[in-house]
Design a protein around this ligand. Structure first.
Ligand SMILES: Cc1ncc(C[n+]2csc(CCOP(=O)(O)OP(=O)(O)O)c2C)c(N)n1
Ligand code: SF4
Length: 278
């Protein structure tokens, strides 16, 4: 008699590593970790078929806390690393994550070009509007009058980036915003982002209770966009501009050609290296 194949129960915890996060109590990044593992479990992805690439920052530590392939890279260069990986291994589900400093300051140029290039990967910016790891300096998403950092005692006086608007202008084909106070909602967004063919950008509002304790009030301000995602960039731009930056949901979803280099390098690693020898 034929044996029934036992069903493999995939649980979010299967995607967590044994390493205990060193994040501060209450840090929103815990919820991003939970949302990612929930999304991977929902998709029943094999761990060896997924890679999570990060930059540097508190948030970028997340790669170590998962059991999928990971690379804790260089500050601001996660998307460059991920692009190389996806070019060589199109079969992998590639996730990229990091902070607003990592992705919008030092990594800002990589961000806009990754949006434009539209490789099939999901990029999560864990946005706490501050550099957490280096003790609370202003980032490109910090409000101009936030004056708690000794480096900017009168605030930056600079208008912050609007990550969703930046992604739209740069050509991202999927743009969403989630909130760590709603990890299930964030996980649902991540499932759709992973399923999307092309570059999917998810801004995860992720409070830093240590340097931005006032962000613990975000839960009172966050609400759903209340509109279906649009494929009209003009309408998406209008919605992003009209919003206070605290509405969550999928804002924009469109279908652009996905960039995937079709060639394979020929020859051994040694022969390729010899071509570059000086
Ligand atoms: C090339 C380089 N420049 C600067 C730093 C110092 N540095 C480490 S993390 C960081 C910013 C972290 O902020 P963010 O990306 O927003 O992440 P968070 O810690 O808030 O999660 C900076 C400036 C570095 N590690 N490497
Ligand atoms: S400093 Fe802020 S971002 Fe970093 S772990 Fe602590 S709460 Fe999280």
């Amino acid at each position: 008699m034929e044996q029934a194949i036992p069903s493999i129960a995939v649980k979010p915890r299967d995607y967590k590593s044994d390493i205990k996060p060193v994040w501060c109590p209450g840090c929103g990044d815990f919820a991003v970790l939970n949302a990612i593992t929930k999304a991977l479990a929902f998709k029943e992805l094999k761990r060896e078929d997924v890679a999570l690439i990060t930059g540097i920052g508190c948030s970028s530590r997340i790669a170590a806390y998962t059991s999928v392939y990971g690379f804790h890279g260089v500050h601001g260069r996660a998307l460059a690393l991920a692009g190389g990986l996806k070019a060589a291994r199109p079969d992998l589900t590639v996730l990229v994550a990091g902070g607003d400093g990592d992705g919008l300051s030092i990594g800002g140029n990589h961000f806009i070009h990754a949006c434009r290039r539209n490789m099939d990967m999901t990029y999560i910016i864990m946005d706490n509007e501050v550099y957490g790891m280096t003790k609370g300096q202003a980032s490109p998403t910090t409000a101009p009058d936030w004056a708690k950092s000794k480096l900017t005692p009168r605030g930056t006086g600079l208008r912050p980036f609007q990550p969703a608007g930046l992604a739209l202008t740069a050509g991202a084909s999927f743009i969403a915003r989630g909130f760590t106070g709603d990890p299930n909602g964030l996980a649902k967004i991540l499932v759709e982002a992973i399923e999307h063919k092309g570059f999917s950008f998810v801004q995860a509002l992720s409070p830093c209770p240590t340097f931005r304790p006032e962000q613990m009030l975000w839960k009172k301000h966050v609400s759903a966009f209340g509109e279906e995602a649009t494929d009209d960039p003009a309408l998406a731009a209008q919605r992003i501009q009209a919003d206070d930056g605290m509405s969550t949901g999928i804002i924009y979803r469109s279908s652009y050609p996905v960039f995937q280099p079709g060639y394979q390098a020929e020859g051994s690693m040694e022969s390729i290296q010899s071509e570059f020898a000086i």
